[in-house]
Design a protein around this ligand. Structure first.
Ligand SMILES: [Zn+2]
Length: 379
């Protein structure tokens, strides 16, 4: 399927080439360097936690934290990027744009501390995969103690052949037809469940949650509490892309019950109707090992509110097809094969479109969300 922005492209553009040049990094190493430079310009404290392995050019892989040095502030805003590696350029772009704005304009309120986390899955970012070095989705790997790395939704097995073909990729693959056929046969809810819940039985399959805590899990377990410091209340926005309508966002509360009181507060902070709870649509299944539930299980603060800030790109058939093709290319193809390279390039485009309109739109909306979180914590 040929990729490109939808016909009805939306907003007026402004300085779009500059936005791409300044904020959307071309690769992990540049992204990390820019993130650290931006933090240094703000005189924020920097931390880096190395993980095993190297990037494609032999570069070190680290999870980086930049922290505004307002130790006395007990209210914290956490902004994280790249939990899904290939979504890293988008999340980093929001972080860089916000830091740039703060450096040029008004500084942070003195009673809020910011903790920016860069490249939570540095392997995936560097190698342009959504998953880590062991094909593990870090956002399904963060199981709480006592929860076993085992099992898969019963629908997953019936989709295994469709999602995870065990052969080298071909130029011509009737993915769209197959996808529609599978949806008709097994139903969309079964496919959605297979995708949302995660699975712990097919190590080379999509949405694999792993057999043990992975690199991201371990670093977060060792460092996040220390990076947060003393913290009473926190809003955590974890930036993701790939689900939802082109350029629009969904703010998804994860791991925390949406009580009446909280709803009143969130209406004030983000606007009524601008957020939802992860199960607000009455979907019976919940993701396992998600970052939000894990944060809640750590007792990081008296009030810790974790949100997925999910920005839409392409339609779900294209997204799933792109994930499938890249995963197939990774496990069964040759690294330098033409089809394989195309699959990787396409995955990048699917999760961070090159379209200038999309980029300026998501940057504007991302910055608004971060500033809303800061104002909420300042209040
Ligand atoms: Zn994601």
């Amino acid at each position: 399927m040929r990729l490109g922005p939808p016909k009805r492209s939306s907003r007026p553009a402004y300085g779009q080439d500059d936005l791409t040049r300044m904020f959307f990094p071309p690769n992990y190493a540049t992204s990390r360097a820019r993130f650290r430079e931006a933090a240094q310009r703000l005189r924020w404290d920097l931390h880096a936690q190395k993980i095993e392995g190297k990037g494609p050019d032999g570069e070190e892989l680290t999870i980086d934290a930049a922290i505004s040095p307002i130790a006395s502030a007990k209210n914290v805003v956490v902004i994280s990027s790249g939990l899904h590696g290939v979504e890293g350029p988008f999340g980093t772009a929001v972080q860089l744009a916000v830091m740039d704005e703060w450096q040029r304009g008004k500084g942070l309120p003195s009673d809020v501390r910011c903790v920016f986390l860069h490249g939570l899955n540095p392997y995936g970012y560097a190698w342009e995969r959504r998953v880590d070095a062991n094909n593990v989705d870090p956002n399904r790997n963060l199981l709480l103690p006592g929860d076993k790395f085992a099992g898969s939704p019963k629908g997953y097995r019936s989709f295994d052949g469709l999602l995870n073909p065990q052969r080298p990729p071909l130029h011509w693959d009737r993915w769209t037809l197959r996808a529609w056929w599978a949806w008709l046969r097994h139903g969309l809810p079964a496919l959605k469940e297979a995708m949302v819940v995660g699975q712990y039985e097919f190590p080379k399959g999509l949405f694999f949650g792993g057999n043990e805590p992975g690199a991201t899990h371990r670093v977060l377990g060792e460092c996040l509490r220390q990076w947060l410091g003393e913290c009473q209340s926190a809003i955590h926005l974890d930036f993701h892309s790939g689900l939802g309508r082109w350029g629009s966002y969904t703010l998804l509360l994860d791991g925390h019950p949406l009580t009446k009181n909280l709803q009143v507060q969130l209406d004030r902070w983000f606007g009524a109707g601008n957020y939802e709870q992860d199960d607000s649509k009455g979907v019976a299944y919940q993701p396992r090992g998600s970052f939000g539930s894990w944060c809640m299980g750590q007792n990081l603060a008296r009030n810790y509110l974790y949100f997925v800030a999910e920005f839409g790109t392409y339609g779900s058939v294209a997204m799933l097809g792109g994930l499938r093709a890249e995963n197939q290319a990774h496990h069964w193809g040759q690294r330098d094969g033409v089809v394989e390279q195309e699959a990787r390039a396409r995955l990048k485009e699917l999760f961070c479109p090159a379209d200038a309109n999309w980029r300026s739109l998501v940057l504007e909306r991302g910055k608004i969300l971060v500033n809303q979180a800061v104002e909420a914590m300042a209040g």
